[in-house]
Ligand binder design. Sequence first.
Ligand code: C5P
Length: 234
Amino acid sequence: MVVHAVVVAAGKGERMGAALPKPFLPLAGVPLFVHTLRSLTRSTLLQKIVLVIAAEYEPLCRQLLEQHGPLRLPMLLVHGGQERQDSVRLGLAALDPDCDIVVIHDAARPFIEAEIIDASIKSAAEHGGALVAVPARDTIKRVNPQGGVVETVPRHDLWLAQTPQTFRVALIREAHARAHTQGITVTDDVALLEWAGGTVAIVPGDGRNFKLTTPEDVALAEALLKMGTARLHP
Ligand code: C5P
């Protein structure tokens, strides 16, 4: 079974309010995307990584990889697009023709554990698609545009989607191509398989695999590392 990863790092990360895009910001002295790549290389099933970056940051990216490398896996850099969905589609297009399973992961989730990646790979091989997710813990409200609470959404069957989102390559490529042709926009890859009628199984994740979005998230990540609650790898 040939298993590759597509890691999307081509976002601008405007919510961080920093000069550099989010994946290049340091976490404990190492760029966020390097931590994420190192975490992925701990999977024993992954054989290659396609890293999707914004074209203008390729020189910086290569320099940082040189400085913090080498990684245990071969890597290919490709240029991303306007939206995350475009970046994933361009990453999928760069996979080797013999690739069976693709692990799609956000560069902004450095704390992913190898056991969870491998569970998602096995689940995708069996079901077609696998979603790493955690059960919703808070009570969820639907709110109207005026800011008034409309209703409480029962949460017993609600899960919060993370990445990796892992698929048989042919299924997710086909779903992305069809969505692109028909102008369908979604916020994650599993949504495309739902839309295209594929099966996606849940792989229970871990709250520590959160997406670093704001400066507070970076502070939280640093604190978890200091307390030993979350791990990163050299
Ligand atoms: O913006 P958001 O936090 O949802 O982005 C999730 C991931 O998708 C990030 O790792 C970001 O770099 C990536 N992304 C991308 N191309 C875009 C937008 C986001 O690769 N055009």
